[in-house]
Design a protein around this ligand. Structure first.
Ligand code: 2PG
Ligand code: MG
Length: 428
């Protein structure tokens, strides 16, 4: 049988869930198989993320991605024609070399990632395997999922400075069973918020964006909703936050300006402790300190790593080198993985490998600007026993991912999920 090679790589400009332009890529193989991918886009971006190339100028508020699209259709297409789509590492290495910058700033990480993902999709199809199988092999477990149901910070126009309040099913049942519980809590939360007199408009990730004055109120509403929906906080449903602390860190005075308070590193830890004491079901915190506040993050990790999961997002930007540095420094005990922070599938897998090898938990993540692309659902299954956060169980760009997990779970034929939960999380 003739081995298929890449025949054509084509990109076009499409739009994401915030109405911003983004890149879609089609990789066509010599046997006619086509792999497609759509690239997401963040709002609370880390300083060390790979460069998302935008056009500037007056068209579409300067946010157009035609430069990135053209780079795919010319240089990248020329470089990849005739190459083996099954050699993902080589495809990605060729693009990295072609770009020639340390941050993919010349061709654009949005261009390179679109091609990288679409190549993996094409290669999977070419071997008649679902993407999760192509990436992850056999004997896979469904991920633990985290659902952002109250939005604040950069993702909402309200008084809450902590960016995400997520709920996660704890019980070791199927993904479907856990998701049903999440949906029940989400609907109950709507009623609870209405009863509290809040608007129930949605933030960027499909969670509610009530105009509350602080994060404690958000946690209270969640706690109440879990109980009202008929579940036990911490036993059936736990809570996780993405503090996205860079949003409320003031570079000038080196303090955290959080919901009317001005806090030092230690005072911020005291504030978090207050929340953890009041809401023991809060079991995971992402980016509790600013991405450059290494001291704050390391101290917090030392004192809290046995109590909660501490997820590094902006702090490492899915970058293998930054993750290694964080591990060396003793920051965090889990890594957040976003393909477009680093810009290729190969480097993303490398970061995941480093994370797991060093006993860090691994949470695959969507971006606040998303499309219907479901690559990350497959990736979350492929990493076998990891975690996934991809927004509320509402807004189709988020639900698409959960629906894909339902499909995969049925394919795997596993009613039972060995829910992955870090040993160091105390749920009592
Ligand atoms: O901070 C985050 O973890 C993400 C996704 O929830 O947000 P954004 O895509 O805006 O960076
Ligand atoms: Mg984050």
């Amino acid at each position: 049988m003739l081995k298929s090679v890449i025949e054509n790589v084509h990109a076009l400009e499409i739009f994401d869930s915030r109405g911003n332009p983004t890149v879609e890529v089609h990789v066509t193989l010599s046997n006619g198989v086509v792999g497609k991918a759509e690239v997401p886009s963040g709002a609370s971006t880390g300083e060390n993320e790979a460069v998302e190339l935008r056009d500037g100028g007056s068209r579409l508020g300067g946010k157009g991605v035609m430069k990135a699209v053209n780079n795919v259709n010319t240089e990248i297409n020329d470089a990849l024609k005739g190459l083996d789509p099954h050699d993902q590492a080589n495809i990605d290495a060729v693009m990295i070399a072609l770009d020639g910058t340390p941050n993919k700033g010349r061709l654009g990480a949005n261009a390179i990632l679109g091609v990288s993902m679409a190549t993996a999709v094409a290669a999977a199809k070419d071997t008649n395997q679902p993407l999760y199988r192509y990436l992850g092999g056999t004997d896979l477990e469904m991920p633990q999922t985290f659902h952002n149901v109250i939005n604040g910070g950069e993702h909402a126009d309200n008084g809450i400075d902590i960016q995400e309040f997520m709920i996660t099913p704890v019980a070791k049942t199927s993904f479907r069973d856990g998701f049903e519980k999440i949906v029940n809590v989400y609907h109950t939360l709507k009623k609870v918020l209405e009863d509290m007199g809040y608007e129930t408009g949605l933030g960027d990730e499909g969670g509610f964006a009530p105009n509350m004055k602080n994060s404690e109120e958000a946690l209270k509403a969640l706690h109440e909703s879990i109980i009202k929906a008929g579940y036990k906080p911490g036993e059936d449903i736990a809570i996780a936050c993405d503090c996205a602390a860079s949003y409320f860190y003031n570079k000038e005075d080196g303090k955290y300006h959080l919901e009317g308070k001005v806090l030092t590193d230690e005072e911020l830890a005291d504030y978090y402790d207050k929340l953890l004491d009041e809401f023991p079901e809060l079991i995971s915190m992402e980016d509790p300190y600013d991405e450059n506040d290494v001291e704050g993050m390391v101290k917090f990790t030392a004192s809290h790593k046995d109590r909660i999961q501490i997820v590094l997002d902006d702090f490492i930007c899915t970058n293998p080198k930054l993750l290694k540095k964080a591990i060396h420094e003793g920051a965090g005990n889990a890594s957040l993985i976003k393909l477009n922070q680093i810009g290729t599938v190969t480097e993303t897998l490398e970061t995941i490998r480093i994370s797991r090898k060093n006993g860090y938990n691994t949470m695959i993540s969507h971006r606040s600007g998303e499309t219907g692309d479901t690559f990350i659902a497959d990736l979350a299954v492929a990493i076998n026993g990891g975690q996934l956060k991809t927004g509320a169980p509402a807004r189709s760009e988020r639900v698409e991912k959960y629906n894909r997990l339902l499909e995969i779970e049925e394919e795997l034929g596993k009613g039972e999920r060995l829910a992955f939960f870090p040993d160091n999380v105390d749920l009592d």
